[in-house]
Design a protein around this ligand. Sequence first.
Ligand code: SF4
Length: 355
Amino acid sequence: MIGDVLTQPPSLDALRERMRESLKGIVPDFEIDYKAELAHQINLLKKEMNAVILGHNYMEPALYQSVPDYVGDSLQLSAISAETEADVIVFCGVWFMGETAKVLNPKKTVLVPSNRAGCSLAEGISAKDVRGLKAQFPGAPVVTYVNTYAEVKAESDYCCTSGNANKVLKHLLDQGHKRIIFLPDQYLAHNTARELGVGFITAGIDDHDSIPADQPTVIGWDVRCEVHELFTVEDVNNVRRQYPDAVILAHPECSPEVIDSVDISGSTKAMVDYVEQTDAPMYALFTECSMGDNLAAQFPHREMVRSCSLRCRHMNQITLEDTLDGLRKLQYQVELPEDIIALAKKPIDRMLEIR
Ligand code: SF4
């Protein structure tokens, strides 16, 4: 879902009431009262500074429901950051997202409220690693998941998100490529290759010499999301046993075994769309838990199985306190070298074109 731009900040009373209504049963009232005051100050400052706040679906519910002008997944928010006319972009998400916004808006001030909001995927691969793979598989196009730092994107041909990974891979397969390097999430790469019916190997682990040259194959990397890799088939079976009517959705950063055991695999946007439109009596999500909280708040008339216990420690670095501090002190500003911005822009633009 993409929210409306907040042209005139609501009064503190109106904001508190709105938060109480939407966060009923999810956040206790005393916490809402405190957070509403912080959110009110953020909204006033945002207006004064001509700032726009982008909120990723994994933000904690009180923040998610109060200060973002737009909410969504990486792809939606990247597209918005490419078009915004605000002077300051505050990315309530992790650091690589702020970098993507900076590449698309090099002249604007881009802030991420915490400089400790990393990502196991982004930290699991370097530009040097990509150069090594390009040397090992000459001619193979490099697709990198948006969950990478700009120096890695700068070495890539295409970027993608979980929302358009299959379209980007299909685009390259249609061009006749037999080897495609897809980095860094091993599970997303494997799940997407399977969806398209092509082979998959992990660089440095599997023997690529044994694969026939004419067999389309995706070459992945040995890194996974530290949150989604923890979901197991047993978790899925437990939900099925207890809630046989529930439709189970999992993010494609989960293992192929988990994806095989659920009903639907989809990006965070696909999950939002599903919950918005479903007639299923009940649903369960296998993804970061704040997303479940946010969907429960957004669609209170749909019944969600509240079984999740996995939160992303990086996303959880982003708080209302830090967002307010970030605006007041103009911290933490994303800065990137000009050559990296120039090189990283091309694969990001391609990602935004293939949607
Ligand atoms: S949920 Fe996983 S992919 Fe997303 S920011 Fe956290 S570690 Fe990275």
